[in-house]
Write a protein that binds this ligand. Structure first.
Ligand code: ATP
Length: 295
């Protein structure tokens, strides 16, 4: 559905994106991750046909994003990273204008979105907070029911409650079979919405992973407090992976094999157990660092 082939943009300062190749399938929610300056927005701007690639190509549904940008733009929903709204209009006036330009027959879904995001569309755009403007942008990106939705940092400026509403909306769009490409640097939001994630660093694609694959790489860390001092040495000598220990507290990492962990612990007097789950962000960053070392 979305195809990037060796997409490269070199800005005069030598920065940009380099040889980005990836495919987003129909009905997939695809997360595009990376720190500031990694190249997320530059990649997205190519999808909209705003930038001409130095090399390679971007296509949506087989249509070249640069050569047929008008056709591409008409068929997708897009939320820019930084929204520059025209002055002197209310939110509703802007949404009406966009609905007219898109020749929308029904405003039912638009009105539902306004309601769910608790958006006061009567406010003049220039008086809106960043979060409120972001909501207007989200409504504009989704209201015409596009097949492909591209969102650049969609939850920036939204409060936690609205971030949850946003996650619900994305899940519903996925249910409807939409293809969604969203950039973010907020890992939990990606984890809760995406099927696959790509990570960018310094303009290059570092990895593309299935979210479940990442989750299966997740280790659980158990902080075990033993009752007896003399058990510590025995536990340290066991086949379990001890991450660190201090006094009677031993931290054990478990990846998948819980049986062995439970059987081993059954031999000790345990005072308490605390569980810490390694975040996906840690896994990714770990991966990232390793890859960084290799380069
Ligand atoms: N028009 C431009 N001219 C020169 N350099 C640019 C231009 N646009 C982006 N860059 C550079 O290209 C690199 C990628 O920037 P980009 O905005 O795509 O990153 P990003 O991952 O979206 O980060 P952010 O979240 O900060 O927007 C950065 O080094 C940036 O400084």
């Amino acid at each position: 559905m979305i195809e990037l082939q060796q997409l490269t943009k070199v800005f005069p300062n030598g920065r940009g994106i380099f040889d980005v190749t990836l495919t987003v399938h129909e009905g997939e929610v695809f997360g595009f991750l990376g720190p500031n300056g990694a190249g997320k927005s530059t990649t997205i701007r190519h999808l909209l046909g705003f930038l001409k690639p130095t090399k390679g190509r971007a296509a949506i549904k087989g249509v070249d994003c640069w050569q047929e940008s008008v056709k591409v733009q008409a068929s997708i929903g897009y939320l820019p990273g930084e929204i520059a709204f025209p002055d002197g209009m209310t939110g509703m006036e802007l949404l009406d204008l966009l609905a007219g330009m898109r020749r929308m027959n029904s405003t039912r879904y638009r009105d539902e979105l306004i309601e769910r995001l608790q958006l006061d569309v009567r406010l003049p755009l220039r008086k809106m907070s960043k979060g409120t403007k972001q909501k207007v942008g989200l409504v504009a990106a989704l209201m015409h029911d596009p097949e492909v939705i591209i969102l650049d940092e969609p939850t920036s400026g939204l409060d936690p409650l609205m971030q949850q509403t946003f996650i619900d909306l994305i899940r519903e769009e996925k249910q409807k079979g939409k293809t969604i490409f969203l950039s973010s640097h907020i890992f939990p939001e990606i984890e809760r919405t995406c099927d696959r994630v790509a990570i960018m660093k310094d303009g290059r694609l570092m990895a593309v992973n299935d979210i479940h694959e990442l989750q299966s790489m997740q280790r659980k860390l158990f902080d075990v407090m033993l009752s007896r001092e003399e058990d510590v040495a025995k536990l340290l000598a066991s086949p379990l992976e001890v991450v660190h220990h201090a006094g009677r507290r031993v931290c054990i990492a478990v990846q998948g094999n819980y049986d062995a962990f439970i059987r081993e612990l059954a031999q000790y007097q345990v005072q308490s157990i605390d569980l810490r789950t390694q975040s996906l962000e840690d896994i990714f960053l770990h991966y990232y660092d390793r890859r960084g070392d290799e380069r």
